[in-house]
Write a new protein. Structure first.
Lengths: 173, 290
């Protein structure tokens, strides 16, 4: 029985080669074999979105993929968003500025989904944002600040520089 | 929540995939998008001895012309239903239905053929396949077998595919020129499994103001997609409008045989099936006026 396979893949621009049990899920491989613990394990059956990564440029739920399926693939995880020197990317800064996270457990999944959304639709409507983000669940925030984070990131990626909603609300009170 | 041990193959050709299926039969399971199968394997509701991963089979992710209709390959992803120009032009109903399939991440990996082969009673694509008289293509050791959609869905998670076969293609014929369609679904939250979903199709002779064709197929009201022929027949010859649609809806509510479960009662599913009949027919009809 072929129970292990060799897997070669690129993650966040770096190449890795590992031997892996064929039944190991991709999220477990990323966390345990590659030490990339930014991708989180929530439900382990594809409903919560905490495990969301980019697989050859498209968001995918890594808890319901096998590591062996990533052989030859190009992945991006949340660790790939910030610069190597640690400067946050625009989406991460926007989540910070709009208080789009509390415990942070769901956040890597939301960041990766937002990354694909804004690279596909630079000026999304609120309904498009809600539809795109519908596969990511958050138990803390009530989603309002997450939606505003995405809107702020979209504006900034378009070269605009609006005042964050949270700042406007603070100033008005 | 990790899968039980299994032997894994990722064949590069269809012939290899069929050979593996022939050798292992019902101890093997085909893995395509994995959006339904992997959760079941993680929860150990599915424990295949052999997994046949078909994602690397060459030339299997196509969308192409088929006699003026469309043929969709084994590993074509569901998101293509909303994006591929051949599909949006010739079978837009598939794209409408696909919007109800889970979430974007699911549609990026999930495959059209995989959804059909998995045959979940609440799934959207089997219902559209039945409504549009799709043809399924199964590859086995003895060659290709063509299966009409009406004969393909046998029971919950059960199709007429044999254990040594692989579903390689689904074909949608040219749609009847005079038919307009809608797809509607009710679920608890956006992206959840359908409690009830409805494909409604209607053809109207506008000069005589008379319904000349109707198709009503539902998911979530039985083990397999349910076409309610008695309601279709009741519409023929009627003037299109509220009265005819309400009569059809009543026949649908009575005609379907849904089950009770955690998400919805029998009574509720019957009611929703009727409501979606009326709404769907009205929505489809409105596209004629536009």
């Amino acid at each position: 029985m072929a129970t292990t396979r060799s897997v070669t893949l690129r993650v966040n621009g770096l190449e890795y080669e590992h031997s892996v049990e064929v039944r190991k899920t991709l999220v477990d491989f990323l966390r345990e074999d590659l030490g990339l613990v930014g991708t989180h394990v929530g439900c382990e059956h594809g409903v919560c979105g905490a495990c969301t990564i980019l697989f050859n440029g498209e968001t995918a739920r890594s808890c319901i993929m096998l590591a062996v399926q990533a052989d030859g693939a190009e992945l991006m995880t949340v660790e790939g968003l910030a610069s190597p020197e640690g400067k946050l990317d625009v989406i991460q800064e926007s989540f910070r500025d709009e208080h789009g996270l509390q415990c942070g457990f769901c956040t890597p999944g939301f960041l990766m989904t937002t990354y694909e959304l804004l690279h596909t639709i630079p000026d999304p409507t609120i309904d498009e944002i809600k539809d795109w983000l519908s596969g990511n669940i958050c138990r803390c925030t009530g989603y309002k600040d997450i939606l505003e984070s995405v809107q702020l990131a979209a504006a900034r990626l378009r070269g605009e520089d609006p005042l964050p909603t949270s700042q406007r609300e603070h100033d008005a009170s | 929540m990790k899968p039980a041990r299994f032997d894994y193959y990722d064949p590069r050709t269809l012939a290899e995939a069929v050979a593996i299926r022939q050798e292992h039969g019902d101890e093997s399971t085909v893995l395509a998008g994995g959006q339904s199968l992997m959760p079941m394997m993680n929860m150990r509701l599915a424990r295949p001895v052999v997994v046949v991963d078909v994602n690397r089979v060459a030339d299997s992710a196509y969308v192409r012309d088929w006699n003026g209709g469309v043929a969709i390959g084994m590993t074509t992803r569901q998101r293509m239903l909303m994006q591929h120009p051949l599909l949006t032009a010739r079978v837009p109903l598939l794209g409408e239905a696909a919007q109800y399939i889970g979430h974007p991440q699911i549609r990026s990996r999930g495959t059209v053929c995989g959804s059909l082969a998995h045959a979940d009673p609440a799934a959207e694509l089997p219902t559209v396949a039945v409504a549009l008289d799709a043809q399924l293509v199964a590859a086995g050791p003895h060659g290709q077998r063509l299966i009409a959609a009406a004969d393909f869905f046998v029971d919950v998670y059960t199709t007429s595919l044999k254990p040594d076969e692989v579903l390689t293609e689904v074909r949608f014929p040219v749609l009847p020129a005079d038919m307009v369609w809608s797809f509607l679904e009710v679920s608890r939250r956006h992206g959840d499994f359908a409690m009830v979903g409805a494909v409604t199709g209607i053809a109207v002779d506008q000069a005589r103001n008379v319904i000349t064709g109707a198709r009503l197929v539902f998911c979530g009201v039985g083990a397999t997609p349910r076409r309610v022929v008695e309601a279709e027949n009741a519409l023929l010859g009627q003037a299109p409008g509220e009265a005819a649609f309400a009569a059809a809806a009543a026949l649908v509510s009575q005609g379907v045989d849904p089950h009770n479960d955690l998400h919805a009662s029998v009574a509720y599913r019957r009611s929703v099936a009727g409501t979606l009949t009326k709404r769907g027919l009205a929505q489809a009809l409105a596209t004629l006026a536009a």
